[in-house]
Design a protein around this ligand. Sequence first.
Ligand SMILES: Cc1cc2nc3c(=O)[nH]c(=O)nc-3n(C[C@H](O)[C@H](O)[C@H](O)COP(=O)(O)OP(=O)(O)OC[C@H]3O[C@@H](n4cnc5c(N)ncnc54)[C@H](O)[C@@H]3O)c2cc1C
Length: 345
Amino acid sequence: MGLEEYKGVYVFAQQVDNELSGIAFELLGKAKELAADLSTDVTAVLIGSGVKGLTDQLAEYGADKVIVVDDPELKDYRTEPYAHALSSVINEYKPDIVLVGATAIGRDLGPRVSARVATGLTADCTVLEIGDFPINPIPNQEQKHNQLLMTRPAFGGNTIATIACPDNRPQMATVRPGVMQKIEPVAGAKAEVIEYNPGFTPDNKYVEILEIVKEVSDVVDIMDAKILVSGGRGMGSKENFQMLQDLADVIGGTVSCSRAVVDNGWMPKEMQVGQTGKTVRPNVYFAIGISGAIQHTAGMEESDIIVAINKDDTAPIFDVADYGIVGDLNKIVPKLTEALKAVVK
Ligand SMILES: Cc1cc2nc3c(=O)[nH]c(=O)nc-3n(C[C@H](O)[C@H](O)[C@H](O)COP(=O)(O)OP(=O)(O)OC[C@H]3O[C@@H](n4cnc5c(N)ncnc54)[C@H](O)[C@@H]3O)c2cc1C
């Protein structure tokens, strides 16, 4: 079968406890753009047990078709049966592109499936687009069109690499939550639903789940916050973060941080923004005492408005900031908090 016979953009629609994960909608948003460029359609692959009721939601967020693999063996995520399900779908329906979320589940599933269907996978992509490969023509080398160009940080974030998969299909990529944007849902949208079951035989070599212990946290997920007040090493101490909390309290924000802060033990890892932390896209992002290393900006540069406070006017954070205040944060932050108190009711 020729590569040109592989068609369509597929999204692994992750669900947990029969609730779709946000990443499924984000990937559908990107898949819609890619499918438009390729004049093809978007298919969500929904794997689980008793999950058929979720198909309409996938349609509302952009799926033209939903392939449902529904089987009791797929009730909770386990590597083997899920890898069997997704790779069987790929072998049966031959998609051109398969997108998977870089979640704990997707990071486990994606590479295993790509190996089974003998193709490549680019992990943690930050940009996905359709284009020519090689990007610039090379004499005596065929330039292929309509390729998935997968861009991601490489070498510890010190460079950005664009990777293609010109000789194998499907082209597979994982994307971290928060990087792509979901579309506005279209109420009442319907998708063509295809039920497919490759057959699951209970296997004593599969992992057996004895107990699921859910993490209980009363901390706000910084990926959902509309306003983030983020502190860096320039804060000087753990105690000084109270200053950021005071500011956040006035404007209804959440305190987050850079990796240096986590490394110093001032804040927990789940509050870290950046390449090895979380990707955030709030309406307003305050970067206070943060230098703006590429590994940090990779996780926040898509914020709507960025306000940076730093005593060094050459700090790279000012390159991505919409508003910059140069000076000592110990003086500026309390004044800003007081000034905002006066205007925020
Ligand atoms: C593979 C890899 C992954 C990484 N992942 C991440 C990641 O996910 N997230 C992340 O954040 N980093 C990450 N890093 C680390 C990153 O390279 C930087 O080291 C880190 O972001 C620096 O944190 P910072 O800006 O808080 O500290 P610094 O770089 O030390 O900057 C502190 C800033 O505070 C300013 N400052 C100091 N005192 C004051 C004051 N009184 N008033 C005003 N300004 C002041 C200084 O001018 C300076 O600009 C990663 C690195 C690697 C190699």
